[in-house]
Design a protein around this ligand. Structure first.
Ligand code: NAP
Ligand code: ZN
Length: 353
């Protein structure tokens, strides 16, 4: 018997999110059923709900920064027990046997593609998956993460499941560490976690922002300075000096002013996925210093667990503003204006069944 689930959904690209009821499967095999306590609000939720990327399936229940407690387990579950604090990020399944899945990089699954926590195909219930803006979820144990943080921090841990791993993974991949000068472009949900994590890895971190008012926060989060990206003189002072830049901006913009700040052999990695493409960067900026422009997608499940453990060991959680479920549409409008410090997290106790 499937379980009735309460959530919030967008019914189309231009209607606000509103209460929605649907069914989830009961846990079977290696399934873990989770009562959701908190769900972070990622800019990808907004892009998807408002149809800014192609392919949104409606009704759309967003949410992929989920923290909750295990409420039931299937007979084959070995790693989790009822009552355990757990997390679920952007993926709930993948093919499990392609080269990327074999390497623990399920986000790059080469056959079916990973199954998104929302807007992915649901092989059991049919239709498409529904995400964390809901009171419970059922996920295979291989895609459930252990949360070891203090109980009081659970709301602030939720954004680690996407914002945390999406910044941790490229910082690790490009071997950020002591002695390196690292830039984080955009101080939003992803950006503020990028600052905290890169600083904890030992790098000298600088924030590029369109918001000079975020300077004190940038320093408090672990940055050495905040550089206003529209100030050409301030940018020029840093020419050819960065080892690595992580660009988290959610809107189309000129990449050249940032590429010019990379040293020879430096890399800028894009994680922001804007609604419309960036203008093509200048080839000269790349070839004359062997600079690289790259991209990165969330992180694998094992790496997500590694990130959660790293954050716990370094005392890192997200800076959050907790909201009620019925405040989600206002939160989206504020996110578009870069007015969030630095992640909204929905307290799921405010969702009325
Ligand atoms: P967010 O909280 O809205 O932060 C984005 C930040 O970008 C803003 O706070 C702002 O920072 C800056 N910004 C916004 N509009 C800008 C503009 N027009 N020009 C320059 N800067 C601008 O969003 P988020 O949740 O961190 O997500 C960021 C992007 O990453 C989204 O596109 C999201 O879909 C994507 N994403 C990708 C992955 C992945 O795996 N690759 C995973 C999650 C999210 P300042 O005020 O400091 O300028
Ligand atoms: Zn996300």
């Amino acid at each position: 018997m499937p379980t009735q689930t309460a959530g919030y959904a967008a019914q189309s690209a231009d209607t606000p999110l509103a209460p929605f009821h649907f069914e989830r499967r009961d846990p079977q095999g290696d399934d873990v059923a989770i009562d959701i306590l908190f769900c972070g609000v990622c800019h990808s939720d907004l892009h998807t709900a408002r149809g800014e990327w192609d392919g949104t399936l409606y009704p759309c229940v967003p949410g992929h920064e989920i923290v909750g407690k295990v409420s039931a387990v299937g007979p084959d579950v070995t790693k989790f027990a009822v009552g355990d604090p757990v997390g679920v990020g952007c993926m709930v399944d993948s093919c499990g046997h392609c080269p990327s899945c074999n390497d623990g990089e399920e986000q790059y699954c080469e056959t079916t593609g990973f199954v998104g926590t929302y807007n992915g195909p649901d092989p059991v219930m049919g239709g498409h998956t529904f995400g964390g803006y809901s009171d419970h979820i059922v996920v295979k144990e291989g895609f459930v993460l252990k949360v070891g943080h203090d109980e009081k921090d659970l709301a602030a841990v939720a954004p680690l499941l996407c914002a945390g791993i999406t910044t941790y993974s490229p910082l690790r991949h490009w071997k950020v560490g002591p002695g390196q000068k690292v830039g984080i472009v955009g101080l939003g949900g992803l950006g503020h976690m990028g600052v905290k994590i890169a600083a904890a890895m030992g790098a000298e971190v600088h924030v590029f922002s369109t918001s000079p008012s975020k300077r004190d926060d940038a320093i408090r989060l672990g940055a050495t300075s905040l550089i206003v990206s529209k100030d050409a003189d301030a940018m020029a002072e840093h020419a050819n000096s960065f080892d690595f830049i992580l660009n988290t901006v959610a809107a189309s913009h000129d990449l050249d002013p940032f590429l010019m700040l990379l040293k020879r052999d430096g890399t800028m990695t894009l994680v922001g996925v804007p609604e419309t493409p960036h203008p093509s960067p200048s080839v000269g900026n790349l070839v004359f210093r062997r600079r690289a422009l790259a991209g990165s997608l969330i992180g694998g499940i094992a790496e997500t667990q590694e990130m959660l453990d790293f954050c716990r060991e370094h005392g890192l959680v997200s800076d959050i503003e907790t909201i009620r479920m019925d405040e989600i549409n206002t939160a989206y409008d504020r996110m578009v204006k870069s007015d969030v410090k630095y992640r909204f997290v929905i307290d799921m106790a405010t969702l009325e069944g």
